[in-house]
Design a protein around this ligand. Structure first.
Ligand code: FES
Length: 101
């Protein structure tokens, strides 16, 4: 039986690409290894430590279609913006802090 429940819209929902292409991929570039599941885990840990888990959702994703050789890609809701060229966990946390202010 399918259950239907209320969706409480978060203040911020970040979709963080951790896609890693194989060496043989014709597309060559991908967000991982610059941004990996480990970075996402660190961000989630920071969110919990700061009591923000009800306001901020983080979802690890595959390719978001904006691949760049400059770094990782994040899609942010509800502002509907991409952040390109992310280098590390600190930069992801900075995006969150900027959106909360
Ligand atoms: S591999 Fe991350 S946006 Fe394409």
């Amino acid at each position: 039986m399918i259950e239907e429940i209320e969706y409480i819209k978060p203040k911020l929902h970040l979709f963080i690409c951790c896609n890693e292409r194989g060496k043989d991929s014709p597309l060559k570039i991908s967000c991982s290894p610059t941004i990996t599941a480990e970075n996402v885990a660190e961000v989630k840990k920071w969110i919990v430590e700061h009591g923000l888990y009800r306001e901020i959702l983080i979802t690890k994703t595959g390719c978001l279609g904006k691949c760049t050789s400059k770094g990782g890609v994040i899609l942010s809701y509800p502002e509907n913006k991409y952040y390109l060229g992310i280098q590390n966990t600190k930069e992801i946390i900075e995006i969150i802090q900027k959106k909360l202010n």
